[in-house]
Ligand binder design. Sequence first.
Ligand code: SF4
Length: 71
Amino acid sequence: MSAGTKYRLSIDPERCVGHGRCYDLAPALFAPEDDEGHARVLVQIVPADQLERARMAVASCPEGAVILDEA
Ligand code: SF4
């Protein structure tokens, strides 16, 4: 990972079923979107100090719905 690399965060709405782990783990990055707990992202480009949280959210989503890729 180079120092200037930016990472983009997104959620695959086809996969998200609303476990809510992402916004429990990283409330600065995700929020609930509806009454069923589906998530939305609050940022597209992850701030450097939230990158570890973003990675934890990727690892913790049971549906593999959190996507983190290079911007
Ligand atoms: S943890 Fe995964 S399935 Fe659960 S709300 Fe977040 S993105 Fe959706």
